[in-house]
Write a protein that binds this ligand. Sequence first.
Ligand SMILES: Cc1cc2nc3c(=O)[nH]c(=O)nc-3n(C[C@H](O)[C@H](O)[C@H](O)COP(=O)(O)O)c2cc1C
Length: 346
Amino acid sequence: MSDFKREQRKNDHVEIAMAQTDAKLSDFDEMRFVHHSIPDIDVKDVELTSELSDFTLDIPIYINAMTGGSDWTKQINEKLAVIAREAGLAMAVGSTHAALRNSKMASSFSVVRETNPEGIIFSNVGADVPVDKAIEAVDLLNAQALQVHVNSPQELVMPEGNRTFSTWMDNLARIVSRVDVPVIVKEVGFGMSKETIRQLQKIGVRYVDVSGRGGTNFVDIENERRSLKDMNYLSNWGQTTVESLLESTSFQKDMNILASGGVRTPLDAVKCLALGANAVGMSRPFLNQIENHGITETLEYVDQFVAQIKTIMTMLNARTIEDLKQSQLVFSPKLESWINQRQLEL
Ligand SMILES: Cc1cc2nc3c(=O)[nH]c(=O)nc-3n(C[C@H](O)[C@H](O)[C@H](O)COP(=O)(O)O)c2cc1C
């Protein structure tokens, strides 16, 4: 595939994603907190720090992987990096493949580190990338962690996508053993099963981002790019973010579980944390904010988002993210059925 086509594809993804709307029914609405009337904490007592095995996040929200690899998305990366710096959020870049193939594209990613020298930044590659390129991707950003995305449904619906997956697990194992920052194996909106998480744990992965269904939908994005647009029957493929977090519960003691996919409100984010996520990522909301409203309004949006997380934690009597995990939750029959059929132990 030519560099030009690759650049065009990234722009297509951004453009189609920005026009997407979220699933009307969200699994976040299928779980509720039990309300108790008299909190014994004040808003000022709430503390949002999240300790992961290798670093600490002051705020448990991060800007998830999207952009870089074209002129337009370099500008987006730069603006998102300003948001990350000013708001104190961790930030992932989009797949660095473009830069690893063509050094002219490197600045569309490295601009994130230049803009935010002290910030927590995750680099990003695909599961088929050779180990030396994975190391290069970390160096390019002096990244604190490397996201490796696993996106088989996207590749399979993508007209020009990858058709070879049997090499992924061995390659992931090589990357984990050679890269000297934490490796976050990350879905792209199809969620994860306990079986996948177990396989990943076995090869030494300590971080997963379950990135579930409910928000940006890469079956729909790639289907839009097919001439016959004939694969939208796969729109509902995969586990939602809530189902994926439920799948992850038995690994939460030993692994760092990150949640993303369709997180749109502070309440969605708090639900992820209550289900055991250490941090919560959002992609399209940040993209739409920054492109449609600019830096000042996006910073106000983040400010409000974080303040409202504290509001909800106060109602839940949770001073810390750890306290949130003790919250009482009630699941709808639909989620209860998933828990039972999948024999999940909560
Ligand atoms: C425009 C766009 C480009 C994306 N590119 C990447 C990518 O390069 N690598 C990756 O791991 N995920 C990529 N993603 C997936 C997101 O990181 C995330 O997993 C997914 O969008 C679900 O989150 P959301 O519902 O908050 O958007 C992209 C998402 C969007 C919207």
